[in-house]
Design a protein around this ligand. Structure first.
Ligand code: 13P
Ligand code: SF4
Length: 305
């Protein structure tokens, strides 16, 4: 069967079974084409809570499916590929952060949304890459323990110099792999291009960028800009989506190795098998986890998440 025919079958099954398909912007193009919504992790979970469908199929990584479940506990939330985890989200667990909290009792624990539901239960507030600076400024505490991404944490600390930050050694292996020299080399090859990067990149990379922002932020910036060429420092799918959205502009991935293997482990066949009930995993979280993790996400929403 070709891709188009499989997509048609999926669209038919989706309607028949009343399923809403959410696709993170990093998954393969053929999946985003049949999704009801595409976007960043936070945007997708908000969509999940608002749609009337009782079943939501997450084509993204595990923490994204968990966030959907926390915001919509009454819905059936499926993770399209049970093997799709986010290595950053799994770097720190509840036990480790409980110990760190004991060492820094007067610090507010600010957790990036790329964390497990279990870890969110002991965090004070959650943030996304697009809301972290705003929330760090808005919280009343002036001491912040930022977990798990030290690169995002360094970026936020630089934007909020009036507060004190404690960071731990964590981060995204994909974004952190971008070398500062790669930016110089790409700028030499494309001298008229603007450099747009994700704050999960190392500080030596973000320091050279014209714009630093979330996946959604990078896309909006490139679409609205009058510039014609852009060097994109985030997962390679963003360059691909932008090329389709703005065919008169040019997008150069900062590195051809900017591929998230977890996001890319999801296939159209996985989506099909979830709809036939042959594969996939339903997300279950206990009442206490749901309740405590939701507090941390609610604080984010309240502070302008
Ligand atoms: P978003 O929150 O922008 O979706 O990013 C998630 C992510 O995994 C970035 O690497
Ligand atoms: Fe996790 Fe990095 Fe993949 Fe995002 S790109 S899902 S942070 S491993």
């Amino acid at each position: 069967m070709n891709v188009y025919d499989l997509q048609q079958k999926i669209l038919q099954l989706k309607k028949q079974n009343d399923v809403c398909i959410l696709a993170h912007s990093y998954v393969a193009r053929e999946i985003s084409e049949i999704a009801d919504f595409t976007g960043d992790s936070y945007g997708l979970s908000v969509q999940a809570a608002n749609v009337p469908n009782q079943t939501v199929l997450m084509c993204g990584v595990r923490f994204m499916a968990e966030t959907c479940k926390i915001l919509s506990p009454q819905k059936k939330v499926l993770l399209a590929n049970p093997l799709a985890g986010c290595p950053m989200a799994e770097q720190m667990d509840k036990q480790l952060i409980t110990q760190v909290k004991e060492q820094f009792p007067d610090y507010l624990v600010m957790a990036y949304i790329n964390t497990t539901a279990e870890l969110k239960t002991i965090a004070d507030v959650c943030v996304t890459s697009s809301s972290a600076v705003k929330i760090a400024k808005a919280v009343k505490q002036d001491k912040i323990l930022f977990i798990p991404d030290c690169n995002l944490g360094t970026f936020v600390a630089g934007q909020v110099p009036e507060k004190e930050f404690k960071l731990l050694q964590g981060g995204c292996p994909v974004h952190a792999s971008i070398r500062p020299q790669a930016v110089q080399e790409m700028k030499r090859l494309h001298p008229n291009a603007l450099v747009l990067v994700h704050p999960e990149c190392v500080p030596e990379v973000t320091a050279q960028a014209d714009y630093v922002g979330s996946t959604t932020g990078i896309m909006a910036y490139a679409e609205q800009s009058d510039a014609k060429e852009f060097i994109i420092g985030t997962e390679i799918s963003i360059s691909e989506h932008l090329q389709y959205d703005c065919p008169d502009k040019y997008f150069y991935p900062l590195s051809k190795e900017l591929i998230c293997p977890n996001m890319k482990s999801m296939t159209l066949v996985d989506v099909y098998r979830n709809l036939t009930g042959e594969d996939g995993e339903e997300i279950f979280l206990d009442e206490e986890t749901l309740h405590l993790a939701k507090k941390c996400i609610d604080n984010m929403i309240q502070l302008g998440g």
